[in-house]
Design a protein around this ligand. Structure first.
Ligand code: ASP
Length: 439
């Protein structure tokens, strides 16, 4: 029987101190399937602490401006030295730091500097676990524009990791074909984990962080919201887009393409099952009809009314062309018999509102043209195949009962995927009202 393989990614708070490293080791040793580990740089140990990645950015900026960076570099060295000493790991940090000093003197590059947090932390973790250290500069491949080469990465990462029985891969960076270090955007170690899982066709991608999974609503708005047990890749996309943050948005695709489940786990509470993100719910498992609610503030709606809009072919296309030519993305396009409503982020609209409205007026000659501002969008998602219509009714009733006016509503075909526009000042009330009917 083929042995099971789990790729585990540990985030910055999970590897912020020696105490956290010990928890990580216990987790790894609890299951022999956990043989590929992806590590972040040390994160915050307490609220006012500074992440090593931020210290590295600061250090590099100072060096580039010709300012004194020695104190910041020393702080970084001290953080790693403390972890090494407390764990009793043997590692020549001094010679690694000398390499970084030489780089800073020769002409600092931000990508290289910022990657050193993951590089050093992963080396320490590999030593501590007795695993092989894998430098992603050799197997996470970027093109010359700094864009990930997914196909090449899959081949090289697969070749590098498959033979290893215990490996720690540094997260967050790779290199281009000229050998220059390139990084993902912030939080990108999640992507490295997903790429590794795909490259070795892992059975599971565990993403270990400091929360026990995705919450069904924002805890700053809803008191102690419940944790979502199961979530589909698509639902996660919608909720993350709307602001729920638990995983880097680019981290879903590599694992999702080949159907590898992603399990969000808490390093400080390994007994919690966390959230399982899957393509399809396991056999016999019934999810709540409404999985979660999230929202985004700062939206505006442009409403164009013209009698018989729907009869005039190309009207909507011309409207969208105007936006496209100005490089303004829109969030939703809602069309009625005689109306088109475009939901646009207010910051994008405000930059060119007067000229844009003028262009719409002179090109399309609408009967009326209105802009509604200070709106928020609420996203309600659920995967249940039947019963979602009933769920829509429940959500709308909850909003009406709370006296919240619904400005726009958008429900695509298929599973529950409701987007509702409400006034900004009722945003929190709306989230609470929807949460009250989750079930
Ligand atoms: N250390 C990087 C950051 O702070 C990448 C990561 O942790 O995923 O963004």
């Amino acid at each position: 029987m083929a042995t099971k393989t789990i790729v585990c990614k540990f985030g910055g708070t999970s590897l912020a101190s020696a105490e956290q490293f010990r928890k990580v080791k216990e987790i790894i040793q609890a299951d022999s399937a956990r043989r590929i580990v992806v590590a972040s740089a040390p994160g915050k140990r307490f609220d006012e602490d500074i992440k090593v990645t931020d210290l590295l950015i600061d250090c590099c900026g100072r060096a580039q401006r010709g300012e004194d960076y020695t104190a910041v570099l020393q702080t970084i060295q001290n953080r790693f030295q403390q972890i090494i000493d407390e764990l009793g790991v043997s590692m020549d940090l001094e010679s690694e730091m000398n390499g970084i000093r030489q780089h800073l003197e020769a002409g600092p590059e931000i990508a290289y500097m910022v990657s050193r947090g993951e590089y050093l932390n992963s080396m320490i973790l590999a030593q501590y676990l007795g695993f092989t250290f894998v430098d992603p500069a050799w197997c996470v491949c970027f093109d010359e524009d700094g864009v990930l080469d997914a196909a090449m990465t899959q081949r090289t990462m697969g070749a590098a990791l498959k033979p290893l029985h215990g490996a720690v891969v540094a997260g967050f960076y790779g290199a281009d074909s000229a050998g220059a270090i390139r990084t993902f955007s912030r939080g990108g170690s999640d992507i490295t984990g997903s790429l590794a899982a795909r490259a070795i066709s892992a059975d599971l991608y565990e993403n270990w962080t400091d929360v026990s999974g995705l919450l069904a609503a924002d805890p700053r708005i809803v008191n102690e919201p419940r944790t979502v047990d199961y979530l589909s890749y698509r639902e996660l996309r919608t909720l993350s887009y709307m602001g729920a943050s638990v995983l880097h948005s680019d981290a879903v695709r590599p694992a999702a393409r080949v159907g590898i489940p992603i399990n969000i786990r808490n390093t400080n509470r390994p007994q919690d099952a966390g959230t399982m993100i899957v393509g399809q719910l396991p056999e016999g498992r019934k999810n709540a009809v409404i999985t979660g609610v999230a929202g985004r503030r700062g939206m505006s709606v442009i409403q164009v009314e013209k009698v018989m809009v729907s009869d005039g072919a190309g009207f909507s296309a011309r409207m969208l062309d105007i936006l496209k030519n100005r490089g303004i993305p829109f969030e939703q396009c809602l069309t009625g018999i005689d109306t088109i409503s475009l939901v646009i982020r207010s910051d994008r609209l405000d930059a060119c509102k007067t000229e844009l409205l003028e262009e719409i007026r002179s090109t399309l000659h609408p009967d009326t043209l209105n802009v509604k501002e200070n709106l928020s969008m609420i996203a309600v998602v659920g995967e249940a195949e039947s019963g979602y219509r009933n769920a829509t009714v429940r959500v709308l009733k909850a909003l009406t009962d709370a006296g919240i006016e619904i400005n726009t509503i958008n429900q695509g075909a298929g599973s529950l995927n409701l987007l509702i526009g409400v006034a900004e000042d009722r945003y929190q009330d709306a989230i609470r009202a929807v949460y009250s009917v989750l079930g």
